[in-house]
Design a protein around this ligand. Structure first.
Ligand code: 5GP
Length: 192
């Protein structure tokens, strides 16, 4: 999506270690009008698919999830990162290794909010090696719900998480795919 590519070029910051910051428009300060366009684009890409639940992961997926849920007129559910080992109650839980923080954490969703009848679209802000999406896919599978696909705003193609998921048959739609970045020059190249 040209709008996302232009915004990355204008406001994205390339950091060492393959990290791209989008915190002035996407996941800290948020440009809500920009997010609204993102919601519309995912609605267009998944047109014709029945979607009755959007699933994301806290915290940075929630804003994107909200605009997508608005477009599909369905609830947004976010997987919670759990600090305690003993999660009480009826929850689906899984583990996610964090690319940005170098740690592994438990995430969980209440069984009340993912059911076998649901058709779920997973969304997130960034896709890198794919651990966050894999954790969310695991929660969907545990619940018996149907996975419609995954949508991410920015995929870092050079970390191959998206291509691995596609090769496994998961529909992954990313609005901009970064093929390479150079933190010394700030240069960013996109796929296509
Ligand atoms: P993955 O699990 O695919 O390796 O990484 C995706 C998750 O890590 C996303 O939820 C996102 O919040 C975070 N993440 C991965 N790479 C980046 C990045 O370059 N910039 C930012 N801001 N977040 C990232």
């Amino acid at each position: 999506m040209e709008l996302v590519k232009q915004r990355i070029l204008q406001d994205g910051q390339v950091k060492e270690g393959g990290v791209l910051k989008g915190d002035s428009f996407l996941n800290h300060q948020m440009d809500v009008a920009f997010l609204e366009e993102i919601g519309r684009e995912f609605r267009r890409r998944f047109a014709g698919c029945q979607v009755d639940r959007i699933l994301t992961i806290e915290a940075s997926g929630i804003a994107v999830g909200s605009v997508v849920a608005l477009e599909f007129a369905c609830p947004l559910v976010f997987a919670k990162k759990s600090k305690t080992k003993n999660i009480a109650g009826d929850v689906y839980k899984t583990q996610v290794a964090s690319f940005t923080h170098g740690t592994t954490y438990d995430v969980m969703v209440s069984k009340r909010f993912l059911t076998p009848e649901d058709r779920v679209l997973i969304v997130d802000d960034f896709l890198a090696v794919g651990n966050a999406l894999r954790g969310l896919i695991d929660l969907v599978r545990q619940s018996g719900a149907t996975l419609v696909g995954c949508g991410t705003v920015i995929e870092k193609g050079y970390q191959h998480g998206g291509d691995q998921l596609r090769a496994e048959g998961v529909r992954v739609e990313s609005l901009a795919i970064v093929e390479s970045m150079d933190h010394t020059t700030g240069q960013i190249c996109f796929r296509d």
